[in-house]
Design a protein around this ligand. Structure first.
Ligand SMILES: *Cc1c(COP(=O)(O)O)cnc(C)c1O
Length: 369
């Protein structure tokens, strides 16, 4: 309604992000001492020891502003990715880089296509920019790229594809993506969100940087929040083809990434063990969950990420509350419009086993929907 008349009209329809329930809140409300949070796809293993050391050292330099362009981190990423530094945009989490993409490219009334249910930042970015949201339903938990291509109009500007997708953990293959990109007109930019890139072990998963090299209208996002276990620091990045990087540079906020975050990210890239170890432990966790769900007669998509999405065939809010009373925080599917599903992050082996025990008890307690 904009009753005060002060706010921008368009922000009235912005849906604020709803985060996973914080551990402290559950402790306060239920008086539980041991709580396991499997709600936000954080790493259960913590940052690299190299990153811990770099963070401690960086504290000494927080009197000064950080490097404005995250130069050393940009150079380290360029090296890591085999990309020129000019294509790399570091942000306060990849969330900021997604937001920057909206600022750089979206005019009011232009259309933004994404899968339904989406990662929450995509509709939010469209809403903030007064663009028009065009959600296209997933089919069997997977992006319907044909339907997304058909949804393109003259007004389409951005298409978001989370690969793997959140909340489902499904991927689109390189061949599918290539065919999709080939079918798009030149006025459309495809934003490939690879927050879970490092977890994927499927051979059909694309090397999306190839499309950046080819100068296609493709922007790729990655993050230090997931396998690198630095979610609390807020640091992620985008890889932007040369012809689009000028626009991104225009909207970059000064000093957007803290000294501690920059240094921790650089140190993480220099640790050769963290990613392969995290990927392998995660694979075991996913395999364990999938086997247990099968035993319990529950179904969901095969996940390529560090979480599983599963149909409990019960009201997910009731399942959530019952799991909470046993000390497990998960994400409910109702926020994604899937009212019998829950999304569960892979924890440590012990956490995963504890969760399955709790779930098994909850399934007998909560009646089928
Ligand atoms: C977790 C996640 C991100 C990462 O966000 P950060 O701001 O880098 O913490 C981005 N996209 C998706 C789909 C995610 O699930």
């Amino acid at each position: 309604m904009n009753r005060s008349g002060f706010s921008r009209v368009t922000i009235e329809r912005v849906t604020p992000y709803s985060p996973g329930k914080p551990i402290e809140e559950v402790q306060r409300e239920l008086g539980l001492s041991h709580i396991v949070k499997l709600a936000s796809n954080e790493s259960p293993y913590g940052p690299s020891p190299k990153a811990m050391e770099a963070m401690r050292a960086a504290i000494e330099r927080t009197r000064l502003y950080p490097n404005n362009l995250s130069q050393d981190l940009t150079d380290a990423l360029a090296d890591h990715l085999g990309q020129p530094p000019r294509r790399i945009f570091v942000g306060r989490g990849s969330d900021e880089v997604i937001h920057m993409t909206g600022l750089a490219f979206l005019n009011p009334g232009e259309e933004v296509i994404y899968a339904d249910p989406p990662f929450a930042l995509y509709p939010m970015t469209a809403q903030l920019m007064d663009a028009t949201e065009v959600p296209v339903p997933l089919v069997e938990y997977v992006h319907d790229l044909d339907a997304m291509a058909k949804a393109v109009t003259e007004r389409t500007k951005l298409i978001f594809v989370a690969n793997p997708h959140n909340p489902t953990g499904t991927i689109v293959t390189g061949a599918q993506m290539e065919r999709f990109l080939d079918s798009l007109p030149d006025h459309v930019v495809t934003c490939v969100d690879e927050a879970y890139y490092e977890y994927v072990i499927d051979d059909a998963y694309p090397n999306s940087l190839r499309w950046v090299d080819e100068g296609r209208n493709v922007i790729v996002y990655r993050t230090f929040s997931k396998i690198y276990a630095l979610a609390g620091l807020r640091v992620g990045y985008g890889i932007v083809p040369d012809h689009l990087s000028g626009a991104m540079a225009q909207v970059r906020a000064p000093f957007n990434v803290s000294t501690i975050a920059q240094d921790a990210a650089i140190a993480s890239l220099a640790d050769p063990d963290q990613v392969p170890r995290g990927r392998e432990l995660n694979r075991q966790g996913i395999k364990y969950f999938e086997g247990q769900f099968e035993r319990l007669g529950l179904r969901g998509p095969a996940s390529c990420a560090n979480f599983v999405f599963v149909d409990t065939r019960r009201d997910c809010r009731a399942v959530f509350e019952a799991l909470l009373r046993r000390g497990y925080i998960v994400r409910t599917g109702d926020i994604f419009g899937m009212n019998t599903h829950i999304r569960v992050s892979v924890g440590t082996e012990q956490e995963n086993e504890g969760f399955i025990q709790a779930l098994e008890a909850v399934l007998t307690e909560v009646p089928a929907a």
